[in-house]
Design a protein around this ligand. Structure first.
Ligand SMILES: [Zn+2]
Length: 289
């Protein structure tokens, strides 16, 4: 039986069902907690994600991948406390032995390549490539579409011998230049079409129109959709967040994007391919069946 790693230990591939490939449960500035304990409310930090993930589960989502890296407050223990109250599978990092002393093993290896390939970033990407080669875990890369760094990531991974279908290039949906996305798809990798509600990079309507074009071209097999939202984040005050990015939340994909895709003629088969089949194939890649 092929399985994938989750916070609830290995889960059968068929039980993953509808997957959002890029969501953050908790995004925190750890220094704020240490320096302003009077503002800290641990109960709220756990309760808010429980409420939002319960909403996702009610909309039919079975599994989320949380690619939060070290820096924005990653704490697997806290996420596990959230997960205990929610009927949803969650992925984290720490491939073979588990993260910290939690015993939770990650299902993916993630790195970030934003504007350019600095020596430090290249070192991290090469380390992720080595981790993949050693464990078989699929890789997720934060990329910057305006800087076309998906192409750069492809080059580094290719040079290290990582198969193209073991790579998910996230934020590809920020690209308004579809030839950039087509080139990456042509090279065999998955495209993380995330941030539909984050119009700062590309308006949601434009993202949807671009996605429909790619689907019309028969490319559903390499597309995966997600919000890249956070259940709980202290990086912006809630009111500022609502002003700056009012649509960047967990309901946007299901309440706005999916109806728009259906109105544009996208079929249920393509939607299932992007939400169920592709994540299952990607997340269980290289694992014994
Ligand atoms: Zn993210």
């Amino acid at each position: 039986m092929t399985t994938a790693e989750t916070l609830r230990r290995p889960v059968a591939a068929d039980a993953l069902k509808t997957v959002l490939m890029h969501e953050h449960v908790i995004f925190l500035d750890e220094e704020m907690r240490r320096n302003h304990p009077e503002l800290w409310d641990e109960g709220h930090v756990v309760a808010e994600p429980v409420e939002k993930l319960t909403g996702l589960a009610e909309r039919g989502v079975s599994t989320i991948v949380d690619p939060t890296v070290v820096g924005p407050g990653r704490d697997v223990t806290r996420v596990a406390r959230v997960n205990a109250h929610v009927d949803i599978n969650m992925f984290v990092k720490g491939l073979t032995e588990g993260v910290a002393d939690t015993g939770v093993r990650a299902g993916i290896a993630k790195c970030a390549l934003d504007e350019s390939l600095t020596p430090g970033v290249e070192r991290v990407i090469r380390a992720v490539a080595r981790a993949h080669l050693a464990t078989g875990a699929p890789t997720v890369v934060h990329t910057s579409a305006p800087h076309k760094t998906g192409l750069v990531a492809q080059d580094v991974f290719r040079s290290k011998g990582v198969d193209p279908d073991a790579r998910d290039l996230d934020h590809s949906g920020d690209a308004d230049e579809l030839d950039y996305v087509r080139t990456l798809i042509d090279q065999g990798s998955y495209m993380g079409m995330v941030r539909f509600g984050l119009g700062l990079y590309l308006p949601g309507e434009k993202r949807i129109a671009n996605l429909v074009r790619l689907l019309d071209e028969g490319l559903a097999d390499q597309l995966m959709l997600s919000d890249d939202a956070s259940c709980h984040s202290d990086w912006l005050p809630p009111r500022t967040r609502e002003q700056v990015a009012p649509s960047w939340h967990f309901a946007y994909l299901h309440q706005h994007v999916l109806p728009a895709l259906r109105r544009a003629g996208v079929g249920e088969e393509q939607i299932t391919t992007m939400f169920v089949d592709n994540p299952r194939r990607f997340l269980t890649r290289g694992r014994p069946s």
